[in-house]
Every structure is written in C-alpha cells, then in structure tokens.
Write a new protein. Structure first.
Length: 283
C-alpha cells in the first residue's frame, strides 16, 4: 500500500511539473485558464469553455465535458471524462470516474476505478475498484477489483469484489473466501473486559453475527472434552468409594458405642452382685 501511494505521488508530481511547462510554453494541448484558475494539459483535457473554477486536468480527455464543475483534479486518459457539474472529485487513472456527470466528493485512484459512477461520496483505490457502482453513495473500496459488484451504499469493501447477487448495502467485506485462510486482529486475545452476546460465524459465507445462546462445540474439541469427562468420572467414582468406606467406619463406630454402653451396664450389674455377696458374707 505504501508503494502504491508513493507511485501515485511520483506520478502526480511529474504531472504537476508537466503542467508548469505547459503554462510556461503554451501549446495547442495547453487548456489552462488562469482567469478561472483552471489548469489543463493534453488533448481534450478540461473543456476550455467551462465556467467551473479551480480544476486541474492532465491526460487525454480528462474533464473533457466539464461545464460548471469546480475543484476537480483529474489525471489520466478520459479520467472524469463525462463530468459536467460534479465538483470536489479527485481522479487518477485511465477511465477512472469516467461516467460521472454530477457526483461530488468522489476519490477514484486506479484504472477504471469508479468507472460507471453517477453518484457521489465514494472512495475507490485500486484497479476497477467500485467500477460497477452507478448510484451508490458513501462506499469505500480498497484493492484490485474491490467492490466492483457493489451497487448499493454505505459499504466497505477491502480486497473483496462484493456480492453480485445482492449489490450490497451497509455491508463490510474484508478479504476473499478461499484466498485468505487466516485472520489476525490485534487487541482481541488479551482483552477480557468486554461482555455481551456470543459471537457466531456462518461457516458457509463467513458472515459474523451474535447469539444469546452458546455456540455448538467444535468437533475438534470433542475428543479432549471426552477425555476430561472420563477423568472426572473416575475421580467421582473414587470419591464415592471413599464415602462408602467412611460410611462403614461410621457404622463400626456406632457399634463400638453400643458395645461400650452394654459393658457399662454389665459392669454396674456386676458391682451390685459383688455388694450383695459382701453383705451375705458379713451375716
């Protein structure tokens, strides 16, 4: 990503230098208009009849149909070609934001990025990123073909083409199923302060969700759980045996107590007999 931005900055710098040379040496390809603060260079770049202001266009036909659109920066062949009144758009790439006419505040970087766009407030970076979007707004797409099937709004598509069947609305997609096989997100493993519903994953689509009931135990954990259950069962069996032995001891103690009482009774009776024998002997 850093390399991509560095390349774009170098390209824009080179174009800026080229614009300086156009301004210094007027030619048939120089469409600059200092009165309206527009700067253009290249065949068909920046419609010279525009009344829009503060536009910059370099390449073959960028902003070629612009009329009142202002504060646009378009670099590349046919970049923002159909723009008429759209403003505050930044476009870098061959046919990027090509179909846009009135959409505002779009950022399209990459070949055919936001190619079919007619709306506004979208950000697309990458080859054909959001290329199929026409009317959706507030979308963010990053990566090769990212969000090219997105037709809805409020989506974030990173490294994912989006859904061809649903057009996507209010959806976040990161990565492509089958291409990425592992996910690492910092700040989760050691964070035990969060409480709430159970997080569940659709094993078919990968969609995240929440549930109020615990998810089913994964098959991989079953053998380990079975081993733990067997160990606990053995421990419980041992405890039961100890309890049984203690119960036997309790019975034995009770019997000894009874015997002690019987001995005491017999001892008392024996003493009485001895007393009687002494009386008889004295007489």
């Amino acid at each position: 990503m850093k390399t991509l931005y560095q390349s774009l900055l170098l390209a824009i710098s080179a174009l800026a230098l080229a614009g300086t040379s156009f301004a210094q040496v007027p030619s048939t390809n120089d469409t600059s208009n200092m009165t309206l603060h527009n700067t253009g260079g290249g065949s068909g770049a920046l419609n010279p009849t525009t009344t829009g202001t503060n536009n910059t266009a370099y390449g073959g036909g960028p902003l070629d149909l612009n009329t009142t659109g202002s504060y646009n920066s378009d670099f590349g062949e046919a970049a923002g070609y159909h723009n008429t009144t759209g403003s505050y758009n930044t476009v870098v790439g061959y046919w990027a934001l090509y179909a846009n006419q009135v959409g505002v505040e779009n950022t399209a970087i990459g070949e055919k990025a936001l190619n079919d766009d007619r709306a506004g407030f979208n950000t697309a970076v990458g080859f054909q990123a959001l290329s199929g979007n026409e009317f959706g707004k507030y979308n963010i797409a990053l990566g090769w073909n990212a969000g090219r099937y997105v037709g809805g709004s409020n989506n974030i598509e990173i490294g994912n083409e989006g859904s061809l069947s649903s057009d996507d609305n209010d959806t976040i997609r990161i990565g492509t199923e089958g291409a990425q096989t592992a996910t690492y997100i910092a700040g989760i493993v050691n964070n035990s302060s969060v409480s709430g519903p159970y997080v569940v994953i659709n094993s078919t689509t990968g969609e995240l969700g929440v549930s109020t009931t615990p998810p089913a135990v994964k098959t991989a954990y079953v053998p380990r759980l079975q081993k733990e259950v067997r160990q606990q069962t053995a421990e419980i069996r041992g405890l039961k045996q100890q309890v049984a032995e203690l119960q036997d001891v309790k019975y034995q103690v009770a019997e000894l107590h009874d015997l002690k009482q019987q001995v005491a009774v017999m001892s008392a009776a024996l003493q009485k007999l001895q007393g009687k024998d002494q009386l008889v002997a004295q007489r």
